[in-house]
Design a protein around this ligand. Structure first.
Ligand SMILES: [Zn+2]
Length: 977
């Protein structure tokens, strides 16, 4: 497109009637404000579009001069032209594939835009990017991209060059939305904003377009968006109850925004690649969970590894937005009192860990249905220093309010960055420069990951995970000593004098979240080497930087070894997760597990070592080598007791009410090639489980024990289907049901009991483990809810109390870092039990906000931080009744479960990273339990072995249970006389 026709075609009266600044607004607005008059004269307005904006606005206070009109274009299709409606139209939502199609059309129609695909998701949908800037900048996009890359690396760019780039470069502002599928407004607003940014000719918009590059990813979770739109229209068109959004992506729901560190999901990997490629100056996520618009700064405590500049940037920009909206008397734009700023696992932290400026909004829900009277509690409407113009106690709210408020605020943010582009470019340069300088100045100069450590395959995985996030990793050329570190040739070295030292420092540090702080928003501890159970040495001597080392330029592959000769193969059990892949890669090969530690040809093996008699070494050697395993061939079987590891038929139970956390367990099974049959809790009622399965995995669901039994309540006359249909073509990829209500019920629970009694192994973790205890399936185990305990997403020390239990095979230490999140706290009748559930401590002020006037509440979505509620008295009665029933299934009062792991005996010994108070309440409490029921076993974890693709160090507690499912009694101490 060459020029904007029609600048002068608008009559003065029409222009006045369409004038973007209403009289009231022009009185209240001051400073830099936009008008629809460009330097070249007034721009032609899209009269119908503008009329619709005003028609759909539910409250006249929720608008600004930036968004109350829409310019016309003869060449670029407006949203109205393309979709037949505008963003903010009540009762309508747009599929991601159509938004992406629109963006493609914008780029085809305008030289001010460029469109490309970032990558695909697990379900094969595209994540896209649209770049918008002035025509010359779009033509020269690669030049500007190169400038930002140069500002990233002070080892290659001189100060002089940097200062030149700061003057001539342009910041990139990358806005994205739709990571949380039920939060529907961001993608709709971005449809309109893209068009406005391309066609509008006000000085305000021109200033952004000419000084900055605007990148948009309208929908991050494209798989979930399509399902959300499906379920919305299902409800609208049938008048029936809408199915809840069970699955967003293939694996998780809300946790797709907790994958910044784990980086398992394709959507995270694609964005990370984009950040490493483009070095966005600002990266901005649009969410919907506060009233009316919260701009992120957070209450603190802020992450200790942050450059102070980042904190200042948060505040500088947030205060600008709050002020500009207050100037226009738009109520409810505020900052501070929500979210902390601690854990680096959110999408926008992918920018922060790479020294860019990451931030987010939480906007009042889009709907798209109108809320005739949105009422808010006083806790969110009070006037506070950080909320000088608070939301109203009641208002008519709808999708156009949502569009207006976030489009306006975002425009003010972008305008501020565009107007101060040198400041933001200089800040970016400074953050990179200081990151490198910190590594040169110490006290931490490098981190060394010994290559020859026991878990060397998972150590290499960790190196690859760091590299995928842009961290440079070197390999030591020869052995050397640097201060406290003895480095061997081949060891991995993460130098601290690199720009992305920020990320390494955040991941490797030990967290200490003082409990007196505001309630943490999410995990408090995440130390990478603890969660992965990998040895890592922090080097405190500068000489390390001068030692010979070579940069790794492709993924590290550990090559396995097979030594000796003979027909019996023995494979070391190191708890490297690749061993699980090996077992399932050769299901037809008979493999045995050693039941004790033993020596063979001078090598010490830990119990659990794989013994393969009459092995076809030629057939197994390639996978031993490819998977990095350590194997020895011997002429005869070692003199150690073994049992066969029969490949189990695995059933995998999910609950319809929440499929969030189970996805992380599936991720681990899928990655290591473990097959399973996936079905819902409702199907348990069908019975006959033992005939079909040897192992049933029932991962954490969340909620309380009663909800595990009842599932989604059967309210209303109609069934609630979750399945693929003409109306809902995007549902049903993983599982379907004609009616998702009702849960497993007592019948399903009884079938589970029968399954175990008949010799099956049931694996449960977190809430599902608590449920089995509460409903009496697990003899001798009860659940406590100590009021004084505060352990929010922390890494605690787990003591391995039974080294002969197959569940702990391969683990060679006395203890192991485990992820624990507040509950469940088990009480087992066997083994030493600490203070019991009665300990009340001194009470604790934990979790209270320091500003009680502004306790955050969730308006939409759900709060994944809520602990499961303790059982109500009626539930407790029900559980007692169930316990009675279960006697028939082999439940034994006073039975002694086998405690395989437990918390330390001393509360001061527990916390490894994160937060903990009231540790006395969990002294010696079980973390992993093996409970007998009839001929089978229930294995229960209070720790979370498969937490968010981060706890690779504890995966094998679950894997061992699967591999040894029918020999869990191995090594069991004789009952006391
Ligand atoms: Zn969200």
């Amino acid at each position: 497109m060459k020029l904007w026709p029609g600048f002068l075609t608008l009559s003065l009266s029409l222009l006045l009637s369409m004038a973007p600044l209403t009289r009231a607004q022009s009185k209240k607005a001051s400073g830099k404000t936009a008008t629809a008059v460009s330097a070249g004269g007034p721009q032609k307005m899209d009269v119908e579009y503008t009329r619709l904006i005003r028609q759909y606005l539910q409250d006249s206070r929720i608008t600004t001069e930036l968004v109350d009109h829409m310019p016309a274009s003869d060449t670029v299709p407006s949203p109205l032209k393309f979709f037949g409606r505008i963003p903010g139209t009540p009762g309508e939502l747009t599929y991601a594939k159509d938004i992406n199609r629109y963006y493609e059309a914008l780029a085809a129609a305008s030289p001010r835009a460029k469109f490309w695909k970032l990558g695909q998701t697990e379900e094969g949908r595209d994540q896209v990017l649209l770049a918008i800037a002035d025509e010359a900048t779009i033509k020269d996009l690669d030049k500007y991209k190169g400038m930002l890359a140069a500002l990233t690396d002070p080892r290659r760019t001189t100060e002089l060059q940097a200062q030149q780039i700061i003057k001539t470069g342009k910041p990139i502002y990358w806005a994205n939305s739709g990571i949380h599928s039920p939060e529907t407004g961001g993608p709709e607003m971005l449809i309109e904003l893209a068009y406005r940014m391309i066609v509008e000719e006000t000085p305000f918009i021109q200033s952004i377009r000419n000084n900055m590059i605007f990148l948009i990813t309208p929908v991050i979770e494209v798989d979930g968006r399509e399902k959300q739109v499906d379920t919305y229209y299902y409800g609208k068109k049938t008048g029936k109850q809408r199915p809840p959004l069970m699955y967003w992506g293939k694996y998780v729901a809300h946790d797709n925004n907790r994958d910044g560190m784990g980086q398992y999901l394709k959507l995270t990997q694609n964005i990370t690649k984009g950040v490493l490629d483009w070095h966005p100056t600002v990266f901005h996520d649009l969410h919907e969970a506060q009233s009316y618009l919260y701009v992120s700064t957070g209450t603190g405590p802020y992450n200790n590894s942050l450059d102070p500049i980042q904190v200042n940037e948060w505040w500088l920009l947030a205060e600008t937005e709050v002020m500009e909206m207050a100037k226009r008397n738009v109520p409810g734009v505020w900052t501070y009192g929500f979210y902390d700023g601690w854990v680096p696992n959110y999408l926008f932290w992918i920018a922060i860990t790479h020294n860019s400026f990451g931030r987010f909004y939480e906007v009042q829900s889009y709907g798209p249905d109108i809320n005739e009277n949105l009422r808010l509690q006083q806790t969110v409407t009070s006037r506070e220093w950080y909320r000088p113009n608070p939301p109203l106690s009641s208002i008519k709210w709808g999708p156009r309010n949502n569009t207006n408020i976030q489009e306006s605020t975002l425009l003010f943010a972008m305008h501020q960055v565009a107007q101060n582009k040198e400041l933001y470019l200089e800040n970016y340069w400074m953050k990179n420069k200081r990151s490198v300088e910190k590594g040169r100045e110490g006290p931490t100069y490098a981190w060394v990951i010994p290559a020859a450590q026991r878990r060397r395959v998972d150590a290499a995985d960790m190196v690859n995970a760091l590299r995928a996030q842009g961290v440079e990793v070197h390999v030591a050329g020869s052995a050397f000593k640097a201060g406290n570190a003895e480095v061997a040739a081949g060891d991995y070295i993460v130098r601290a004098d690199q720009p992305y030292r920020t990320l390494a420092d955040m991941y490797f540090s030990v967290q200490n979240y003082p409990p007196a702080n505001p309630r943490p928003y999410d995990d408090t501890g995440w130390t990478m080497q603890y969660m992965r159970n990998i040895k890592l040495v922090t080097v405190n001597n500068r000489s390390v930087l001068d030692e010979p080392m070579a940069m790794i330029d492709s993924d590290v592959k550990v090559r396995g070894r097979l030594e000796g000769s003979g027909t019996t193969l023995v494979i070391d059990h190191t708890t490297d997760n690749a061993l699980m892949a090996f077992r399932f890669k050769h299901p037809a090969v008979k493999m045995f597990a050693a039941e004790d530690d033993f020596d063979l040809n001078g090598h010490k093996f830990r119990a659990g070592a794989f013994v393969i008699p009459n092995a076809d070494a030629a057939a197994l050697r390639p996978s031993i080598q490819a998977l990095g395993l350590s194997a020895w061939a011997a002429g005869a079987a070692p003199s150690v007791k073994t049992h066969e590891m029969e490949i189990p038929r695995i059933g995998y139970v999910h609950a319809w009410q929440r499929t969030q956390d189970e996805g992380w367990v599936r991720a681990a099974l899928d990655t290591y090639g473990v097959p399973y049959a996936y079905f819902s809790d409702q199907r348990l009622r069908d019975g006959n489980l033992r005939a079909k399965y040897d192992v049933i995995i029932y991962p954490h669901v969340g909620g309380n024990s009663q909800s595990h039994l009842t599932g989604i309540p059967k309210i209303g006359p109609d069934p609630v289907p979750y399945k693929k249909s003409d109306l809902t073509p995007n549902l049903g990829a993983l599982d379907q049901s004609d009616d998702i209500r009702g849960g497993m019920g007592m019948d399903g629970l009884a079938e589970l009991a029968k399954f175990v009694q008949d010799g099956g192994t049931l694996i449960a973790e977190g809430s599902s483990a608590a449920f089995l205890a509460d409903y009496g399936l697990a003899s001798g185990v009860s659940v406590d809810h100590p009021a004084a305990l505060f352990a929010r997403g922390s890494i605690l020390r787990g003591m391995i109390t039974d080294r002969k239990s197959p569940i702990t095979y391969g683990y060679d230490g006395k203890d192991l870092p485990v992820y624990f999140n507040q509950d469940p706290v088990f009480n087992a009748s066997a083994g030493p039990v600490g203070f019991g559930g009665g300990f009340q401590g001194g009470g604790s002020p934990l979790g209270q906000n320091v500003t009680p006037n502004a306790v955050p509440v969730h308006i939409s979505g759900y709060d994944e931080n809520s602990p499961a509620a303790p059982p109500t008295p009626s539930q407790a009665d029900e559980a007692a009744a169930m316990r009675q029933q279960l006697r028939a299934f082999g439940f034994v009062e006073g039975a002694r479960p086998r405690v395989v792991m437990q918390f330390p005996a001393n509360a001061n010994d527990m916390l490894l990273s994160g937060t903990l108070a009231g540790g006395q309440t969990i002294v010696n409490r079980p973390l992993a339990l093996d409970v007998e029921l009839g001929k089978g076993h229930i294995v229960m974890f209070a720790l979370r072995p498969f937490w968010r693709w981060q706890t690779q160090g504890t995966y094998f507690l679950g894997f061992n249970t699967i591999l040894n499912w029918n020999h869990l009694d191995a090594g069991k101490p004789e009952p006391r006389p």
